[in-house]
Design a binder for this molecule. Structure first.
Ligand SMILES: [Zn+2]
Length: 337
């Protein structure tokens, strides 16, 4: 996601004038039957397993950096689609050519797992799965053009959602649940290369999906984005676009975290205004979405000192933080019917 916008109207302008790049698309659909559709009775909230989520993060990192147009990226895409299928989701891999800040054409893959696809009443959970091709904030200039592991920034949100998918596959759910792994979120214009500033160079996968959803007129009751949810003692302040788009959902999630004893991770405090995938899902699909994203007001970039550096490794992934976020989101979606 893009560096913090200082609550200017600039951010709002983003909403007004989305849609800037050409694209073409292809969809492949493989279906498996889901066993969750006819369960209307209240279902007990499953127990999120932090160790399992941690392993899903490690599995992604073990592929190497997941930069679009690379073999590692393609291999990890197959792994993610297969895992969602294994948990009982109907999987669509939406392929799209999107154009990056330097006019590189990225072969993006948005990976969509649908539970109870026949249901109209749907909830949306999403995260980006690609990793940044640059380490623009690394202390060592010599390695700034080397792609990062993206354990937290790219791996952690997906790891938590895979564990949630596993739990939904086991327990069922009365509603339709969509889990989307957006691509090309982190290929935005780098800070360490002096180029004329371009708009909308981040979140290219969600920008594409927002205009070309996997189902015509796709909508959902609300959406929850997870980004950088794995660092030790991470704090998730209330992000300002989220407050603007979906204040009730912010309240619901932060109250739930507090009730579960995770208030130490979810302070009732305002954070930054962050251009992230939720901005485009809100803007293009009119789905009220929030962003659960680490915020560190003491660090220069506001996201933690590892952000967009080669310190973003498995060393800095904590099972307890994954558990706090995962169990909170599970409790929220299982409180819905
Ligand atoms: Zn990033």
């Amino acid at each position: 996601m893009q560096r913090l916008l200082k609550y200017t109207t600039a951010g709002l302008a983003i909403m007004a004038n989305l849609l800037f790049f050409s694209c073409n698309s292809k969809q492949s659909t493989k279906t498996t039957n889901t066993k969750t559709s006819n369960t209307k009775k209240a279902i007990a909230t499953p127990v999120f397993n932090g160790d399992s989520a941690y392993q899903y993060v490690a599995n992604q990192v073990n592929f190497g950096p997941r930069v679009p147009n690379t073999d590692e990226h393609a291999a990890c895409a197959t792994y993610l689609a297969d895992e969602l299928k294994r948990f009982g989701a109907d999987v669509i891999v939406q392929e799209a050519d999107v154009v990056a800040f330097d006019n590189t054409v990225l072969k993006a893959k948005n990976i969509i797992g649908q539970f109870n696809p026949e249901q109209n009443n749907r909830l949306l959970l999403f995260a980006h799965w690609d990793t940044r091709p640059f380490a623009d904030y690394d202390k060592d200039p010599a390695i700034r053009n080397k792609p990062i592991d993206g354990a937290n920034d790219g791996g952690s949100g997906v790891g938590v959602l895979l564990e949630i998918a596993r739990q939904i596959g086991k327990s069922g759910h009365p509603l339709g649940i969509d889990i989307i792994f957006f691509d090309a979120e982190d290929y935005g214009q780098p800070a360490h290369i002096n180029l004329p500033q371009k708009d909308h160079t981040w979140c290219l996968g969600s920008q594409y999906w927002g205009q070309n959803p996997h189902r015509d007129n796709y909508t959902a009751r609300y959406g929850i984005l997870l980004d950088m949810v794995g660092a030790p003692n991470a704090l998730f302040y209330q992000e300002r676009y989220s407050i603007q788009f979906a204040p009730d959902l912010v309240k619901k999630v932060w109250n739930k975290a507090y009730d579960l004893g995770y208030g130490n991770h979810f302070p009732f405090e305002l954070g930054g205004m962050i251009t992230d995938d939720h901005v485009y899902v809100n803007g293009l699909r009119n789905i009220p979405c929030i962003d659960i994203i680490q915020y560190d007001p003491s660090s220069e970039q506001s996201f933690g000192s590892y952000w967009h550096t080669h310190d973003d490794t498995m060393e800095f992934i904590d099972k307890n933080t994954l558990k706090a976020v995962g169990q909170t989101v599970l409790e929220v979606i299982y409180s819905e019917n």
